[in-house]
Design a protein around this ligand. Structure first.
Ligand SMILES: Cc1cc2nc3c(=O)[nH]c(=O)nc-3n(C[C@H](O)[C@H](O)[C@H](O)COP(=O)(O)OP(=O)(O)OC[C@H]3O[C@@H](n4cnc5c(N)ncnc54)[C@H](O)[C@@H]3O)c2cc1C
Length: 381
């Protein structure tokens, strides 16, 4: 891996910087809290440029970027805090369909993801099946050319704003629990689906429960073979974990905190803040280089091993440490529980982000689960 930028890379950086300066929305930056309309408008703007799915090959409507170009893209987005597209389509479901889907599934589902016209959500977790995902109970029973789906998903981010959900379902109760799992694509407009909101500690509605009552799903919507869902689920989780542990959000937070220290003499005069920020900056740099090594491995077709777990663990711990530091630096100004429109702008959302940030080390698989995976695959325990 070579991170010396040549002339072509610098020309690419200029192109990205100029384009973002004229096209990136400035009134919002986090897709999770944005409206469906805001996210779709931004995704379609990115799609028109061919930049919505940075990791996709040109064959499926991606930009076919090199690792260095993806790094530059990330840096430039972080520099101006440009919003990222929602991850369920282009990071999770798209790569699954590319790797395991039929030609018909590719033709039906990849273009709307690449065009930013269809929003997906993830139906993995259930009450009683989070870390122990293989114990999931939502069942899909064959009936003619359809499956009939019954059961419940929980913690489903953005189900209320999505068009489709990809789901792990149980198609068999024989053998090991993992062997009876299949992967289904389900249109959320199908009759028998009910979505109920879950409000999180930050006071927002990002999450949902999704209930399935006799929902008919064509068998043609199953990705891979019946019973292959566990293999597909793990493939997808690797993509999710690498993305969740990404460094761009932390880069933005770090730059903002540095700016605060530079501009506020009270913060600048206390060396403790600078020291903690410097420690986090070093950790972040190490994470970025680990991430680049992982991307290079993926490009050369090597198995990622436990790398996605390393990235997820380290990336989310840095995200939490930064949110904690902002609350501490703000002191009294960080006290409001929710975003405070009349508070000091730098700290108006500090506690809200800190509170929601407890979830960083839970979603996509908790830190304990990532450590178990690393113990098994990296240390052979
Ligand atoms: C904000 C947010 C968004 C989410 N979005 C989605 C989504 O869109 N789609 C979706 O399907 N899911 C989603 N989830 C669910 C998430 O994947 C689960 O919460 C997570 O996998 C943990 O499962 P659980 O909540 O059932 O906790 P449990 O599995 O019950 O774990 C409870 C505690 O026990 C620990 N633990 C469990 N097993 C072990 C073990 N073997 N060894 C050591 N410790 C262990 C865990 O680390 C945790 O601390 C989301 C969760 C959150 C918080």
């Amino acid at each position: 891996m070579n991170l010396e930028f040549d002339e072509q890379d610098e020309a690419f950086r200029s192109e990205v910087r100029d384009w973002l300066a004229t096209h990136a929305p400035r009134d919002w930056s986090d897709w999770m809290s944005a409206s469906r309309e805001q996210v779709m408008a931004w995704e379609q703007t990115l799609a028109q440029k061919g930049w919505l799915a940075p990791g996709w090959p040109t064959e499926y409507g991606g930009p076919g970027w090199t690792t260095t170009q993806r790094y530059i893209w990330d840096e430039e987005c972080a520099r101006i805090n440009a919003p990222r597209p929602s991850i369920f389509g282009h990071v999770m479901c798209g790569p699954v369909i590319m790797a395991f889907g039929t030609d018909q599934q590719k033709a039906e589902h990849l273009p709307p993801i690449a065009n930013g016209t269809r929003i997906w959500c993830q139906g993995y977790s259930e009450p009683g099946a989070g870390s122990d995902l293989a114990s999931l109970k939502t069942r899909a029973d064959r009936d003619g050319d359809d499956y009939v789906v019954n059961g419940q998903k929980i913690w489903t981010t953005w189900a209320h704003k999505a068009d489709w959900i990809f789901c792990l379902v149980r198609t068999s109760r024989e053998g090991r629990p993992q062997e009876g799992v299949s992967f289904l694509l389900i249109d959320l407009n199908t009759s028998g689906i009910e979505i109920r909101p879950i409000h999180t500690i930050d006071g927002e509605h990002h999450l949902n429960e999704v209930f399935f009552r006799d929902v008919r799903v064509p068998m043609a919507n199953r990705v891979g073979e019946e019973g292959q869902g566990w293999t597909i689920a793990k493939f997808l989780l690797n993509h999710e974990r690498s993305s969740v542990g990404g460094s761009s959000g932390s880069k933005v937070a770090l730059a903002q905190l540095k700016g605060l220290i530079d501009s506020d003499p009270a913060l600048r005069d206390n060396p403790a803040w600078g020291k903690r920020l410097a420690d986090l900056e070093i950790d972040l740099l190490a994470l970025e280089y680990t991430n680049l090594r992982a991307l290079e491995k993926a490009r050369s077709g090597e198995s990622p091993g436990s790398m996605p777990s390393v990235l997820k663990l380290q990336g989310t711990e840095i995200q939490q440490a930064l949110s904690e530091l902002r609350v501490e630096m703000g002191g009294y100004a960080s006290l409001p529980w929710k975003a405070d429109p009349v508070g000091e702008p730098a700290f108006a959302t500090a506690t809200q982000i800190y509170n929601f940030g407890r979830a960083f080390t839970i979603y996509g698989g908790s830190s304990e689960v990532q450590k178990n995976i690393m113990a098994k695959f990296a240390l052979g325990l």
